[in-house]
Design a binder for this molecule. Structure first.
Ligand SMILES: Nc1nc2c(ncn2[C@@H]2O[C@H](COP(=O)(O)OP(=O)(O)OP(=O)(O)O)[C@@H](O)[C@H]2O)c(=O)[nH]1
Ligand SMILES: [Mg+2]
Length: 169
């Protein structure tokens, strides 16, 4: 039995639902209230696979960044990045291009995914253009629709990450 411990970071503008996704995954709960995360909150869940245990350390980071860079201390040693946008709110797409550029330098983790949260709400008209602007080399793979509110696809996304970590380590 393989034991893997991996740091997974959640990035994205304040209010997109990073904490809500972690909460849904860890304790299957949801709250309508937005309580801004200060700094970082770390949560843990173990995924048990056929031949491995994968301990996911989820680093839920505050949405507001310091200038144009992500805090390297929070990013250091991360195996996977989940970049979250609120698909109903185009203002949450604004940082996305910057993030794409940053993935090449500052936020270089072996695995990264784009999560389109709040799939229970009507998508913004700007969403297709934003997705089209994702270049093929972004390494983000196929964007994943999730809803922390309904729980749709949330456990699946984390289980897929665990599976991928298993294959790559
Ligand atoms: N409708 C809907 N609302 C959601 C969903 N996920 C989160 N929210 C709401 O969005 C708001 C912000 O959620 P948070 O999880 O606190 O957002 P965050 O990204 O952690 O924000 P910061 O900690 O400030 O960076 C809250 O009011 C949540 O209830 C979702 O899937 N659907
Ligand atoms: Mg938060």
């Amino acid at each position: 039995m393989k034991h893997i411990r991996a740091k997974v970071i959640l990035l994205g503008r304040s209010g997109v639902g990073k904490t809500s996704l972690v909460r849904r995954y860890i304790s299957n709960e949801f709250s309508e209230r937005h309580v801004e995360t200060l700094g970082v909150r770390v949560e843990k869940r173990v995924e048990t696979m056929a031949d491995a245990k994968v301990e996911l350390m989820l680093w839920d980071l505050a949405g507001d960044r310091d200038g144009n860079t992500w805090d390297q201390g929070f990013i250091a040693g991360a195996a996977a990045t989940l970049y979250v946008v609120d698909q109903s709110d185009p203002s949450s797409f604004a940082d996305f291009q910057q993030f794409i550029a940053a993935t090449r330098e500052q936020v270089k983790t072996p695995i990264s995914r784009l999560l389109l949260n709040k799939s229970d709400l009507t998508p913004a008209a700007e969403l297709p253009a934003m997705l089209a602007s994702m270049d093929a080399n972004s390494g983000l793979g196929k964007p994943q629709n999730v809803s922390a509110k309904l729980g749709d696809n949330v456990a699946q996304v984390f289980a897929d990450i665990a599976q991928e970590l298993c294959l790559t380590s």
